[in-house]
Design a protein around this ligand. Structure first.
Ligand code: UGA
Length: 434
C-alpha cells in the first residue's frame, strides 16, 4: 500500500470492485484501517474512508488474502541501491510469496506488475519465481502482465481516474485480453487509449517516458543556466515561446532547482545502471542525470553571489517538498541545498505548508522551522524559494522589504512576479540574466 498501490486500491474500490489492499507494515496497516494514509495526497483520504465504509475496500497484512482474487496488482517499491541500480528485493520476495500462496488452489488469476522495473524483469525474474514457487505454468495456470503506472504525486487521484494511456504488456494474448476487458469495465466510456505490447516493451515504455520528461527538464535547466550569463534574457519567455511549437509542447519546460521525487532520479539512475551492465552508453540520459546533479548547486551559487559568501548568514527557505501539493521530500533538492548551506556555516530557517515534519526528521535542531512564511523570512538576509506552493505566489515585495534584514530573494521556482520584484528588491531567479 505505497503510493501506487493505495491510490489504485481506493480507486478500484470506488468503482465497486471488491479490493483487498495488502500491507505488511503493521503501523501503516493500523493507520490505513483507521482510514489514514501514511502520506498526503489530495482526495485520497476521503476516498479511502468512503470505500472502507462501503466495505468495497479492506486492508490486510496477509499476502495469503490474494486467494480470493481474480487479479493481483503488485505495487511494491523498487528503490535505488547505493550504486544507482534497481533494488528488486521486495519484488522478488512478494513474487515468491504470491507463487507459494497460489500453489494451494487451482483458480486461474492474473498477476499484474505495476512496479517500475528494468526491462526484462517481468519475463526473466518474476515469471520464473512465480512458476517455481507455485509449481504452476504461466499462460496455463495463471497470467502475467506488466502494466506500468503513469500517475503523478499531487494529482494521483485524478490521474488514476483519468489516465492518458494504459499500457498492457502480457506474456500471453489471453492475459492482455483479460486485463483490457477489466479496465474497459472500470473506465467504461472514459477508457483511454490502450496499448498492447510485450512485457519488456511495457517496462521500457515506462523508463523512456520518465527519462524523456527528465530530459525536458534538464534541457530547460541548461538553457536557464546559459540565460543567467546573458543580461536581459529570461528562460520563462524562452520556454513559453518554444512551447508554442506543437513539436515541442509547453509541458515540463519549467526551469528550476532540478527534478526530485521518488521517480525521476531513481528511474534515470536505474536505466543508466542497467545500460552500463549491458555495455551500452546512453549519453543523452547520462547528460540529463549530470545536469540534474549539478542544478541545486546553480541555485547555491546564486545565493553565494548575492550574499557575497554564506558563512554566518541567515537564510530563509520557502518550500521543502519536492514539488507542490505533496508532503514528500524524497530526493527533494531542499535537502541537498540545506545540507550544503549548513556545511558552509549558514543559519537556516525553513517553511513548508506540509513537509515540515518530514524535514524535522532529517535536520532535527540544526535548522529552525516555521508554520508561517512571513515568520520564516523575518530577520533573514536572503530568502530562497524552493517549492512552487501557490501561497508563495501571493507574497508581495513590501512584505520582504518590511521583515527581512536585507531583501535578497532567490526565486528558484519562478513563482514571483520578476519585474515587480526586480524594481523593489534584490531579486535573482533561475534563468533570468542580470
Ligand atoms: C513522475 C511522472 O510525471 C509520472 O508520470 C510518473 O508516473 C511518476 O514520476 C512515477 O514514475 O511514478 P512525479 O515524480 O510525481 O511524477 O512528479 P512530476 O510532476 O513529474 O515532477 C518530478 C520533478 O520534476 C519535481 O521535482 C518537479 O518539480 C520537477 N519538474 C517538473 C521541473 O523541475 N520542471 C517541470 O517542468 C516539471
Amino acid at each position: 500500500m505505497g503510493f501506487v498501490g493505495l491510490n489504485l486500491a481506493a480507486f478500484l474500490a470506488s468503482r465497486k470492485v471488491r479490493t483487498v489492499g495488502i500491507e505488511i507494515n503493521k503501523d501503516i496497516l493500523t493507520s490505513l484501517n483507521a482510514g489514514k494514509p501514511q502520506f498526503y495526497e489530495r482526495g485520497l483520504e476521503s476516498m479511502v474512508k468512503s470505500t472502507l465504509k462501503s466495505k468495497n475496500l479492506i486492508f490486510s497484512g496477509n499476502v495469503e488474502d490474494i486467494l480470493g482474487s481474480d487479479i493481483v496488482f503488485v505495487c511494491v517499491g523498487t528503490p535505488s541501491l547505493h550504486d544507482g541500480s534497481i533494488d528488486l528485493s521486495a519484488l522478488k520476495k512478494v513474487s515468491e510469496k504470491i507463487g507459494k500462496t497460489m500453489s494451494v488452489d487451482s483458480r486461474w488469476r492474473l498477476i499484474v506488475i505495476k512496479s517500475t522495473v528494468t526491462p526484462g524483469t517481468t519475463s526473466n525474474i518474476v515469471l520464473p519465481i512465480l512458476e517455481s514457487s507455485s509449481s504452476k505454468k504461466c499462460g496455463k495456470d495463471f497470467g502475467l502482465v506488466m502494466n506500468p503506472e503513469f500517475l503523478r504525486e499531487g494529482s494521483a487521484v485524478k490521474d488514476t481516474k483519468i489516465p492518458h494511456l494504459i499500457v498492457i504488456g502480457g506474456a500471453n494474448t489471453k492475459d492482455n485480453t483479460f486485463l483490457r476487458s477489466f479496465y474497459s469495465t472500470i473506465y467504461g466510456r472514459a477508457l483511454p487509449k490502450v496499448m498492447i505490447t510485450s512485457p519488456t516493451t511495457a517496462e521500457m515504455i515506462k523508463y523512456a517516458n520518465n527519462a524523456f520528461l527528465a530530459t525536458k527538464i534538464s534541457f530547460i535547466n541548461s538553457i536557464a543556466n546559459i540565460c543567467q550569463h546573458l543580461p536581459g534574457t529570461d528562460v520563462e519567455q524562452i520556454a513559453q515561446a518554444i512551447g508554442y511549437d506543437p513539436r515541442i509542447g509547453p509541458l515540463f519546460l519549467k526551469a528550476g532547482p532540478g527534478y526530485g521525487g521518488s521517480c525521476f532520479p531513481k528511474d534515470v539512475s536505474a536505466l543508466l545502471s542497467f545500460c552500463k551492465n549491458m555495455g551500452i552508453d546512453p549519453k543523452l540520459v547520462s547528460a540529463t542525470h549530470q545536469v540534474n546533479l549539478n542544478q541545486p548547486y546553480e541555485v547555491v551559487r546564486l545565493v553565494e553571489r548575492a550574499l557575497n559568501g554564506i558563512l554566518g548568514k541567515v537564510i530563509s527557505i520557502l518550500g521543502l517538498a519536492f514539488k507542490k501539493n505533496t508532503d514528500d521530500i524524497r530526493e527533494a533538492v531542499s535537502i541537498k541545498i540545506i545540507s550544503h548551506l549548513l556545511k558552509n556555516g549558514a543559519i537556516v530557517k525553513v517553511h513548508d505548508p506540509m513537509a515540515i515534519n518530514r524535514v524535522k526528521s532529517v535536520f532535527g535542531n540544526s535548522i529552525e522551522y516555521f508554520d508561517k512564511a512571513d515568520q520564516c523570512i523575518k530577520n533573514s538576509e536572503c530568502c530562497l524559494i524552493l517549492t512552487e506552493w501557490d501561497e508563495y505566489k501571493d507574497l508581495k515585495p513590501e512584505l520582504f522589504i518590511k521583515v527581512m534584514t536585507s531583501p535578497i530573494i532567490i526565486d528558484a521556482r519562478r513563482v514571483l512576479d520578476a519585474e515587480e520584484f526586480e524594481k523593489k528588491t534584490q531579486y535573482f531567479a533561475i534563468g533570468r540574466g542580470k
